[in-house]
Design a protein around this ligand. Structure first.
Ligand code: NAI
Length: 467
């Protein structure tokens, strides 16, 4: 059989939000681009992560909201959830967006080759399709964008049939009665919120002292209180000791840092204890590319130790977020094609789609205090007109600034629509804006984002709606 050889200027392994964005940027810069993907385009984000969870979150939120309508004078008779329909709606959203990525790649004349890619040498990839056919791709520049997968933990019984990954949980044929979640990071708390709002009894077990331990501590503390009030069981400073399948449910043994042991049951367990880079099966060792702590090391231009080979997204560790991967894709490809751009992580927003929402950008209070003389100010949504009008007056905006010039270092939010407000906060951090600039920018009334201006008023010493 004649060997199928494809030549390209740029080859990309992985079609997630890192890889497909990199491919489009490469095409815009005039390169002939090949993208290798073994599954669906869009990666974890579109198929198993950000998008399907947001679709279900909306369902859960609407469902839960029905309970609050009576206070607005709306009487609803009966409430029933059609889980199969909820999943169908989620799948439709995913299909639309995955189709959109395919269309964009086609329009940019990116050649998509379906199959598993691996290195033959530093300039050649072998792509093996599921039907056994093979092609070789030769390219002077290669970007590795293979993403990550859920990480296991060394706990007895963790391989049980009722212990699910977030992907499996998203496709359960029926809603469980109860769910125990191992890990109070981004996945853990988002799934806790969704399934609680759908009427499932939820417990969250987090090893560290706070939920969302990498974010500003005030956010996790607020969320834990809110979750407890909503009826979600939250156990922080707690490790799972063991799991046991007892037929129709799972028995979970936990122990907190004071040594107190508890045993409880849940129909399913979600393992959300972090993710690990997808580096296996690429033959990285074969080309002399070594891993460090399980990820591919890169320099600030996102180039690996091998000239011409770049890596982006979850596979390089760092901040494992879709929007970071997309930016890294653009940076890596621009560098691969002759530009010189550094990856800059000073203004990376993080959004947690719980109920209420959480968002953050820039330095936490603790991080900032290591480098600057800081000031910290808060503004509660209780004093925000729109939040009160729509009965969502909970949460706050926390502003961390440095004292000398008033430069905004970090903004941390919990409350209504804060995953949208963080856009403005991100711009303020990226532009090194001062509290005075934010305070003197007229914000529309009534909006949730007036809270950003108000917290800046507090920071310049003239809070208007000070409670
Ligand atoms: P994560 O690293 O955010 O959180 C894992 C949590 O599990 C940590 O808080 C850790 O302390 C805890 N943990 C680890 N081992 C444990 C144990 N044995 N017992 C109890 N707790 C344990 O990882 P997660 O939530 O799995 O998310 C994976 C990646 O996906 C993260 O990088 C996250 O940022 C990203 N992601 C982002 C989302 C967003 O931005 N909205 C949504 C979902 C995921």
């Amino acid at each position: 059989m004649a060997e199928n050889i494809v030549e390209a200027d740029l080859a990309i392994i992985g079609g997630g939000p890192g890889g497909y964005v990199a491919a489009i940027r490469g095409a815009q810069l005039g390169a002939q681009v090949v993208l290798i993907e073994e599954d669906q385009l869009g990666g974890t984000c579109l198929n198993r992560g950000c998008i399907p969870t947001k679709a279900l979150l909306e369902t859960a939120h609407e469902y839960q909201k029905l309970d609050t309508l009576a206070q607005r004078g709306i009487k609803v008779a009966g409430k029933e959830l059609d889980w199969a329909q909820a999943l169908a709606q989620k799948d439709k959203a995913v299909k639309t967006l995955v189709g959109g990525v395919g269309y964009l790649l086609q329009r940019n004349q990116v050649r998509v080759i379906k199959g598993h890619g691996q290195f033959v040498d530093a300039r050649t990839l072998l792509c093996r399709q599921s039907d056994g056919s093979e092609s070789k791709i030769q390219a002077e520049r290669i970007v590795i964008a293979t993403g990550s997968q859920p990480k296991g933990i060394p706990v007895e019984g963790i391989d049980g049939q009722r212990v699910l990954s977030s992907t499996e949980l998203l496709n359960l044929p029926s809603l469980p009665q109860s769910l125990a979640i191992i890990g109070g990071g981004a996945i853990g708390v988002e799934f806790a919120s969704v399934f609680h709002d759908l009427g499932v009894e939820v417990s969250v077990i987090e090893a560290l002292p706070n939920l969302l331990p990498t974010m500003d501590a005030d956010l996790g503390v607020f969320l834990a209180k809110k979750f407890s009030k909503q009826g979600i069981r939250v156990e922080v400073n707690t490790l799972v000791q063991g799991l046991r399948d007892i037929g129709s449910s799972e028995e979970i043994r936990i122990k907190n840092k004071d040594g107190r042991e508890q045993i409880f049951q849940a129909e399913y367990v979600l393992l959300a204890a972090g993710r690990q880079a997808n580096t296996a099966g690429l033959n990285l060792a074969g080309i002399g590319l070594n891993l460090a702590a399980g990820v591919i090391p890169v320099n600030e231009y996102l180039e690996t130790a091998i000239n011409g080979i770049y890596a982006i997204g979850d596979v390089i560790g760092g901040i494992m977020l879709a929007h970071v991967a997309s930016r890294e894709g653009i940076v890596a490809v621009e560098n691969a094609l002759g530009h010189k751009v550094k990856a800059d992580y000073r203004s990376v927003p993080a959004c947690i789609y719980t109920h209420p929402e959480i968002a953050s950008v820039g330095l936490t209070e603790v991080e900032a205090s290591k480098h600057y003389e800081i000031a910290v100010h808060r503004f509660p949504f209780q004093a925000n007109g729109r939040a009160v009008a729509v009965d969502q007056a909970e949460g706050f905006v926390k502003l961390v600034s440095e004292q000398k010039y008033g430069q905004i270092l970090g903004i941390h939010l919990v409350g209504p629509m804060v995953t949208e407000l963080v856009g403005e906060a991100g711009l303020a951090v990226a532009m090194e804006s001062t509290v005075e600039e934010l305070a003197t920018t007229i914000h529309a009334h009534p909006t949730f984002n007036e809270a950003l201006m108000e917290v800046a008023h507090a920071a310049i010493g003239s809070p208007i709606h000070n409670l």
